[in-house]
Write a protein that binds this ligand. Structure first.
Ligand SMILES: *Cc1c(COP(=O)(O)O)cnc(C)c1O
Length: 369
């Protein structure tokens, strides 16, 4: 099939998905698994859907190397609902939620938790305009912490943790919405990982939560004591294998197709290798531009999924973005809260697309620099 009508998609989220996964969804849309109906027209308790549910979970477990004593949940409400659920399920009156603030999303997570219980800040990146990630030795949990929360990749500012703190007995909780499955991570170091799907996993509508079984037990005790609504309880969703109520069946199904694609393309190790290559192409275009392009993130904190940069003036940025669109490259505008430019280069964005972007950056600089 000819895909010349598909653009080079650098959107921050929802973002590019592998064309093979979209084609498969298209091919089986009208008649899924010989049911004579589409996946969104059959019961979530049917054998056909059950197979999708279990296969998608199994693929996540395999690709991320999730240990056996963790639960994988498929929830709704986006990463933003997890900001609240983490605190509601893990924060009791005796403990504090500790937050490393490295950008807008971690600030939102902390604000939401502050509505539920006591919070404290272990690192505040505002002093460096969120250009940096702290060294792991700067992020130290205290005995009264219920958990320590961090955002592994800052989608908006374009910074990323490249090593994670050892928090000992204090559960480490991470929002990995924008870099999950882009590189290998030591799942064991975390007690809870969550990610909205629409950056690197699939379509919007499903949120993946990976939680240590022992933490589910603790969450159950806290939720019972606080009598929080059952629909917001991790233990309820774990007990019902994310089928307490109707799950977002299409989002889970399409995420499953994306995961199959990833497995067939060398898994997370290859995604990481391609990610390094893609990031290097664009960072080199920035670093070799004699200051025409200014990378936003401090070099040692740079993200390999969201490359953020500025041009000398707002007018040049506008011209750069307009020219990019004319060349079939979309989604390069920075987040509305910070402006500038951002190339989101998630797993489904090809090396070739990044080569085309780097070439465009060079030629635009030669004309306007
Ligand atoms: C996009 C994003 C969010 C918000 O996700 P929703 O699913 O829209 O709630 C939260 N955290 C990070 C790191 C993100 O990139």
């Amino acid at each position: 099939m000819n895909h010349r009508d598909r653009v080079d998609n650098f959107n921050g989220g929802p973002a590019a998905l592998p064309v093979e996964a979209l084609e498969k969804a298209q091919a089986e849309l009208l008649n899924f698994a010989e049911t004579g109906a589409s996946i969104v027209e059959i019961s979530h308790r049917s054998k056909a859907y059950e197979a999708v549910h279990q296969q998608t979970k199994a693929l996540l477990k395999e690709l991320l190397e999730v240990p056996d004593d963790y639960e994988i949940l498929f929830l709704q409400g986006g990463a933003s609902l997890q900001f609240a659920m983490v605190a509601m399920n893990l924060l009791d009156n005796e403990h504090t939620g500790a937050y490393a603030l490295t950008g807008s999303w971690s600030k939102k997570a902390r604000e939401e938790a502050a509505r539920v219980g006591r919070v404290r800040t272990v690192f505040d990146g505002a002093e460096s305009e969120f250009r940096t990630i702290p060294g792991v030795e700067q992020v130290v949990p205290a005995p009264g912490d219920a958990y320590l929360h961090l955002t592994s990749n800052n989608t908006i500012y374009g910074t990323q943790w490249h090593a994670f703190p050892d928090t000992g007995e204090v559960p480490l909780v991470a929002d990995m919405s924008s870099d999950i499955l882009s590189h290998r991570i030591p799942v064991r170091q975390f007690s809870l990982i969550y990610a909205g799907a629409q950056k690197n996993l699939g379509p919007a509508g499903v949120t993946v939560v990976i939680i240590k079984s022992s933490l589910v037990a603790r969450a159950k005790a806290i939720a019972e004591e606080k009598n929080i609504p059952v629909i917001l309880r991790y233990d309820l969703h774990a007990k019902h294998d994310s089928l307490y109520n109707t799950p977002p069946v299409f989002a889970i199904y399409l995420m499953g197709l994306v995961l199959e694609w990833l497995r067939d393309h060398g898994g997370v190790a290859q995604a990481e290798a391609r990610g390094r290559q893609k990031g290097k192409l664009i960072y080199d275009a920035i670093d070799n531009s004699d200051g025409f392009y200014r990378g936003y993130a401090a070099p040692d904190s740079r993200s390999y999924t969201n490359v953020t940069f500025n041009l000398p003036t707002r007018e040049l940025e506008q011209a750069f973005l307009a020219g990019a669109e004319e060349n079939g490259m979309i989604g390069l505008g920075g987040h509305r809260s910070v402006g500038g430019c951002r190339a989101s280069i998630y797993n489904a964005v090809s090396v070739e697309a990044c080569e085309r972007l780097a070439e465009y950056m060079d030629s635009f600089r030669r004309v306007h620099g």
